[in-house]
Design a binder for this molecule. Structure first.
Ligand code: AMP
Ligand code: MG
Length: 310
């Protein structure tokens, strides 16, 4: 009996330490979109609240329409940014260079000329576009949800959450692994509606981010003007792509690349992928054809696999 006492004590201690894991499932409106947060943790509501606060904070900090945001500070030259913010801008500038400028974080005046930030759409004149392109006003809308996903991952790690599936307006961030070791299955939305064209399987902590011409657009005389712009012309990118989904361990890479590859078109995007080792991609063309780089596990649709050149 004496020998059993330490064993019983150890078992009692262990059961006191291992609190059960529960799930929280919450929605919120942030960064101009509906977000859906699923978090598994010993304190899921507390963790969800922390993630909610973090996202609202990021939205306010990087709001291009606010005169007190870090974006406004960048437009004034950026001297007043915190070291952390300067580091983020440095990373974004380096990624933009990698894309040959297809990702341009200074297009805010151009998106305003098209009326996208206020939903008051109009087709600008070539002169208006030229003036807007020359303005170089900052807008991190094409990178912020990916960056936010990374910030959420850091916070969930600090909180000791078990796992999470965060849908930041169609930009998916997974955290941790499912209990049974199976993959997170992420649907790629069909441009025609809410159904999916296929499913991407990812393991562990990953960002799966989609840029699509159907996400925000307006039509005049039967012509569609989408929100993803070609920085060379200021006009909506017309590259033959309907959507690009990028999968990366790094949310910022995934978000920057999804926008850039959309602008570049399949051929140029393939070349950039072949030179890179930090992302994979699925391309849905306007013809309906689907292409996926060889590192993607894509099911549910016929597709061509893009290989690395030998
Ligand atoms: P995303 O959905 O990540 O592709 O981001 C699209 C948003 O980024 C647009 O609504 C614009 O605010 C902005 N944007 C449009 N074109 C570009 C571009 N070529 N580079 C960077 N940001 C862009
Ligand atoms: Mg993007």
């Amino acid at each position: 009996m004496k020998r059993l006492v330490p064993l019983i004590m150890a078992l009692l201690l262990l059961s006191a330490c291992t609190k059960p894991i529960h799930k929280s499932h919450k929605s919120m409106y942030c960064m101009d979109t509906v977000m859906d947060l699923q978090i598994w943790s010993t304190d899921p509501d507390g963790d969800a609240q922390a993630i909610r606060d973090l996202l609202m904070d990021l939205e306010a900090t990087w709001d291009p329409a606010s005169s007190t945001s870090a974006i406004a500070e960048l437009d004034r030259g950026g001297d007043g940014l915190t070291p952390e913010q300067k580091e983020l801008i440095g990373r974004i500038e380096a990624l933009s260079q990698r894309t040959g400028g297809a990702f341009d974080p200074t297009l805010y005046a151009v998106t305003e000329a098209w009326g996208f930030p206020t939903d008051s759409y109009c087709v600008p004149t070539p002169e208006q576009l030229e003036d807007a392109l020359a303005m170089d006003r900052w807008d991190l809308g094409a990178a912020m949800k990916g960056y936010a996903g990374m910030c959420c991952v850091e916070k969930l790690s600090q909180l000791g959450s078990d796992r999470a599936l965060l849908d930041l307006g169609g930009n998916i961030q997974t955290f941790g692994s499912k209990r049974d070791g199976s993959a997170w299955m992420i649907g790629i939305r069909s441009p025609e509606g809410d159904d999916t064209i296929g499913t991407v399987a990812v393991h562990g902590t990953m960002s799966v981010i989609t840029s699509g011409d159907y996400q925000r657009y307006f039509e005049v005389d039967g012509k569609r003007y989408s929100h993803i712009l070609d920085p060379k012309t200021g006009y909506p990118a017309d590259s033959g792509i309907s959507s690009v989904t990028v999968i990366s361990r790094d949310g910022l890479v995934a978000d920057v690349m999804s926008t850039a590859l959309f602008v570049m078109g399949l051929e140029e995007a393939t070349r950039l992928w072949q030179e890179s080792d930090d992302f994979e991609a699925v391309f849905l063309l306007t013809t309906g054809e689907v292409y996926a780089t060889e590192g993607v596990t894509l099911t549910g649709c016929d597709h061509e696999v893009i290989h690395r050149e030998k």
